[in-house]
Every structure is written in C-alpha cells, then in structure tokens.
Write a protein that binds this ligand. Structure first.
Ligand SMILES: Cc1cc2nc3c(=O)[nH]c(=O)nc-3n(C[C@H](O)[C@H](O)[C@H](O)COP(=O)(O)OP(=O)(O)OC[C@H]3O[C@@H](n4cnc5c(N)ncnc54)[C@H](O)[C@@H]3O)c2cc1C
Length: 437
C-alpha cells in the first residue's frame, strides 16, 4: 500500500459527527482511515470480565464500523498495547499524519507522548485537538492567570466565555467522501478479548428538551426514572458531542444542566493542572487523616449492607446497573469517608471498578468533594445525615424500597454505626489531622 494516508485515532470520541480530530484529518487532503485500539494495558487490569464499559465499547465500535462500511470504508480495530499496535500500523500502511483528540489523564498524556515520539521517529506528524470539553487547559484562568480551584468563580468566567463560536459543530459530514475506500476489516468480539456480555441495554444518547427545562426540579430525586439525563456513558466515550449538548442546554429555559456540564469541564481542568490529585488529596493536609480503614465495614458498604437504607440502595444500584444517581453518590461517598472514616481512595477505586460512566476526573472530584479534601469542598465539619437526606430526596421511600425490598424484615441489618457518634468521631479525627499542619 503506497498511497499516503491520514489516520485518525479514536479514543474517547467514538463518533463521526462533530469530531474535531476527524474534521482536521478529513481536511488534510489525503484519504482518511479511523483507528480504534482496545488497549490491553487497561483491559488486562479489569478483574470483572462482565464489564459494562467494554461491552459498550464493542457495541459502539461495531456501530462506527457499520457506518464506515456503508461509505465503502472501514474502521481499523486493533487489540493490544498502543505502542505495539502503532509500530505495526506504521509498517503496514504509508502514514503521512495522525490526528487525535486531547485526553487529560496522566496515563493518556504519557501514552500520547510515547506515540508522538514513535511517529516522529518515522517522520509522521501527530496533531491533537480539543474535543471532549468546551474549555480546556488554560482557556479559563483567574485574573492572575492561574487555574481556578473554586467552582463558582470558574463557572462565572466559563459562562461569560461561552459564545456561539465555542459551540459550533465541526461539519465532518461535508467531507465523508474522503474516507479511504477499502473493504471492511474484522472487529474483535467480546469473547475474543475474554469478556462476557451482561446484555442489559444502554441509555439513550439523546435528552428531551423537556427534561432540561425542568431538570432543576427533578435532578435530586433518585426515584424519578427520568430525573437526570443518564448521558454520562455517552459523554464518557464521546458517543455524543459536548458541543451539541451544551448548545441544547444553553437554549433550555433552566440553565442548571449547563452548570453540570461546566462541573465536568471544571474537574477535567483540575486533573490537568493538578495531576497529584490522582493519588493524593488536593489539599495536602488532608493526607494526614488517621483513617480507620476497617475492611469488614468497607465490605458491608460495598455490598449495601450498612443498615442505612439510602446508602444500601445506592450501593446496590451501583452493583446492579453500573450507575448510581448523583445525589446518592454524594451520600454514599460521604458516609464512607465520614461515618466509617475509610480513606476516600478506597471508595474511589470501588466506584472506578463498577461505574459504567467511570471517568477519573469526575470520580476523583466527586470523592475529594465528599472527603472534604478537594478543590471545592464543603467544610469538614459538615457531615451529611443519611436519614435526613433520604427523607428529603426520597420522601416516599420509593427508591429505597426498590433496591432494599427487605427493609422491614428482621434480616435487614441494624445500622453499622450510630449517626451522632460517627459524626462527632469524624469531626474530631479531621480536626486533629488538620491541626498538625
Ligand atoms: C462520589 C462521586 C463520584 C462520581 N463519579 C463520576 C464518574 O466516574 N463519572 C462521571 O461522569 N460522573 C461522576 N460523578 C458525577 C455525577 O454523579 C454523574 O456525572 C451523574 O450522576 C451521571 O448521571 P447523568 O448522566 O444522569 O447526569 P446528569 O445529571 O444528567 O448530568 C449530565 C452530565 O453532566 C456531567 N455531570 C453532572 N454532574 C457532574 C459532576 N458533579 N461532576 C462532573 N460532571 C458532572 C456528567 O457528564 C453528566 O452525564 C460522580 C459524583 C460523585 C459525587
């Protein structure tokens, strides 16, 4: 094969519509071929072989493959370690340039640097672009040109900057005839990668305008089937365009949903600017907390057996669906860190294993918020009361009864810890740690 090609490497942007890297590849003037790698460095680490994310990826990669086949082209799908796959691709094709979209996680940044170096050694250009957020890196800074560490002023600035320019879609469709014409290649199956299907359908990729118009009134009530969008898995893997969604949210009567998308950008920029948060507290002094880290209590929390119905309902929803309502994520996370005094990193790692929408930046941000150690954290002495939270946000107990049907049976456990005692213990422990400085 001698014709020089432009390759576009899809990662968290599994769509042909409004995809920045794809747009630039199509405009390069050369035939374009998209590539997707099932990354063994990530997949080999997953111990549950029924993983919703891998199942979703296989479904979406097949969808793209079919769309491209209809245009007389294909998606090159490989299963392996990126550096090995790229070495092979370089020997198999005449590649002029490679295009990809930015990723902000430490692993991904290191990976891209290594691939960029490999491509450069073969005199192949590597071009990367912003795609999965509205604003990235240094685009929203304080007056002193430093990154924001508090959400409210960040969001004010974010909104001021949010002109139509940033919400315009990249019209990839106009250039689809530039996909390289070739016969379809084979896509690896779940079984070939040693995974099993769960078979449950995934949420829809669209959100009705009506939900956005009333989102502020519905979003905190986990019993409502459509109180939130459930788009998180699509945002995670880029099967929806953030620009399309933000445009829709900006046009809605209620702007609360737009604020949620701003939170998403905020946590991406926190991870990008402060990579230490991946392993440590954003506020270093919180790493001095003497966590109790009781393994038996952790196991009960994981299994939804704490005797606090709203916590147990949330954990069971997570274990069954791979998704948990945001309000309940806040309650379960706070309960682990404050009531049980278990290191937030344990909870973060458990969510990372189970969430179908797992995203390092949002998950880390949510956990550090709950632990009080994060950028925008509430003062440590504010401890959620899970019983009051349940009364307020699940007043009829519909959500709880759905996930904890044995609530009134003698088999349902007594509370693992008494609230007033746990609250005081958390405050004392935090105070002691922070006094050390
Ligand atoms: C402890 C904890 C862990 C979390 N872990 C994750 C995670 O791994 N992945 C993830 O996408 N979200 C995470 N969140 C944020 C939030 O809970 C989910 O985004 C939301 O529940 C997904 O459901 P939805 O799509 O119906 O959300 P909606 O309420 O419909 O919101 C729309 C979108 O906005 C974004 N969003 C909403 N809230 C937040 C937030 N607080 N931070 C960042 N983005 C937000 C998400 O992309 C979401 O899909 C976490 C929150 C907490 C408290």
């Amino acid at each position: 094969m001698s014709e020089p090609l432009s390759l576009v490497w899809l990662r968290r942007d599994l769509r042909l519509h409004d995809n920045t890297a794809l747009y630039h590849a199509l405009k390069s003037g050369r035939p374009v071929i998209p590539v997707f790698i099932f990354d063994r460095i990530i997949l080999d680490d997953l111990d549950d072989r029924r993983d919703r994310r891998v199942e979703f990826l296989v479904q979406e990669v097949n969808r793209l493959h079919t769309e491209l086949a209809k245009m007389g082209s294909t998606l090159l799908v490989r299963y392996g370690k990126p550096i090995e796959v790229w070495t092979e691709l370089i020997s198999q094709f005449t590649i002029a340039e490679v295009f990809a979209n930015h990723d902000y996680e430490v692993y991904a940044k290191d990976r891209d640097q290594a691939i960029g170096k490999l491509l450069a050694e073969h005199r192949i250009g590597f071009h990367t672009s912003k795609d999965q957020v509205i604003f990235e890196r240094d685009e929203v800074l304080t007056g002193k040109k430093t990154p924001y560490t508090v959400f409210t002023p960040y969001s004010r600035n974010w909104r001021e900057k949010l002109t139509d320019f940033y919400l315009k879609s990249y019209p990839t469709e106009h250039y689809f005839e530039r996909f390289w014409k070739t016969s379809p290649e084979k896509v690896p199956t779940l079984a070939e990668m040693d995974f099993l299907p769960v078979g449950e359908p995934f949420p829809d990729r669209t959100v009705p305008d009506k939900l956005l118009d009333t989102y502020n009134k519905t979003r905190d009530f986990p019993a409502l089937p459509h109180g939130t969008s459930q788009l998180s898995i699509h945002l995670r893997f880029g099967t929806v365009s953030i620009r399309d969604l933000a445009r829709q949210a900006k046009a809605a009567e209620d702007k609360t949903f737009l604020t949620e998308l701003c939170w998403r950008d905020f946590y991406f920029q926190v991870l990008d600017h402060f990579p230490h948060v991946e392993k440590n507290s954003f506020r270093r002094e919180y790493d001095q907390i003497d966590w109790r880290n009781n393994e038996d209590e952790f196991e009960k929390w994981c299994q939804g057996q704490t005797g606090y119905p709203i916590v147990d309902a949330g954990m069971r929803q997570l274990n069954t669906l791979g998704w948990m309502h945001n309000r309940v994520r806040m309650i379960t996370a706070s309960f682990l860190c404050k009531h049980l005094l278990i290191d937030w990193r344990w909870g973060e790692a458990y969510f990372a294993k189970k969430l179908r929408d797992y995203d390092l930046s949002a998950n880390n941000g949510g956990w550090q918020w709950a632990a009080g150690s994060g950028t925008d954290a509430a003062p440590y002495f504010r401890v959620f009361n899970p019983t009051l939270q349940a009364k307020k946000f699940d007043p009829k107990g519909i959500y709880i009864r759905h996930w904890v049907p044995e609530l009134d049976e003698p088999t349902y456990p007594k509370p693992i810890v008494e609230h007033t005692l746990a609250r005081q213990r958390a405050i004392d422990t935090y105070r002691k740690a922070l006094a050390r400085k």
